[in-house]
Design a protein around this ligand. Structure first.
Ligand code: TYD
Length: 201
């Protein structure tokens, strides 16, 4: 049996990823599709312990990178791959692109290094579809409501995140779908449903 689809959600803080991912999963389940909703950081058993450290503990950029990668490796091997192999769709609120963009474009670590380490952390797994919710950083941050070290970063940091995502989407247009985060939640969901129907008939 070919493995089930793996879909990831990406975007800046406050873009509305979490709500949209939840609504996608409700819609898929309603159609009888077996689906698992998960997230990073924190999707693995190890990650439950790492998440508060990553979000709140002052960390050097490489230390932050290594904690995120440790969570991703465990998450991929213990949660995502077994589900996909059983035929369960997996929807993850953030995955490897978050590290490329936040630790690479945002913190300034080498993109090449982050790509190489991500290849190990993901065990080579690539999302079949990455949904990027894009909107101006000011609008997104005005809606963000989960105080953590990343939200407290400068506007320039968040601009680099937005630009980084758009550049990555331009490099891999067959994997990315960009949704306008300023549209109404209903419109965004409808557009996403159309994309899912088209890509996974
Ligand atoms: P998340 O809980 O998804 O927060 P939000 O809902 O605000 O997007 O993610 C927490 C933070 O962790 C988020 O600000 C981005 C950051 N992060 C990275 O910097 N690198 C990563 O690889 C991941 C997965 C998250």
């Amino acid at each position: 049996m070919p493995r089930a689809p793996f879909i990831t959600f990406e975007g800046v803080e406050g873009a509305g990823k979490t709500t949209l991912a939840r609504r996608l999963v409700e819609w898929l389940s309603g159609q009888g599709v077996p689906v698992l909703l998960t997230r990073e950081p924190g999707g693995s058993e190890l990650g439950k312990h790492l998440r508060p450290l990553i979000l709140h503990q002052p960390l050097d950029a490489y230390a932050e990178l290594f904690l995120l990668l440790a969570d991703r490796r465990q998450h991929t091997l213990q949660v995502i791959e077994p589900a996909l192999q059983q035929g369960t769709w997996v929807v993850s609120d953030r995955y490897a692109d978050s590290t490329l963009v936040y630790q690479g474009y945002g913190r300034g670590l080498s993109l090449e290094l982050v790509r190489q380490l991500n290849a190990i952390a993901t065990n080579g797994l690539q999302p079949d579809l990455t949904v990027l919710i894009d909107l101006p950083v000011e609008d997104a941050l005005a809606r963000a409501n989960d105080p953590n070290r990343f939200e407290a970063e400068t506007i320039e940091f968040h601009q680099r995140i937005r630009t980084g995502y758009l550049q990555e989407a331009a490099i891999a247009p067959e994997r990315y779908a960009i949704l306008d985060g300023q549209a109404t939640p209903e419109t965004i969901l409808e557009r996403l449903q159309a994309i899912i129907r088209e890509r996974f008939p």
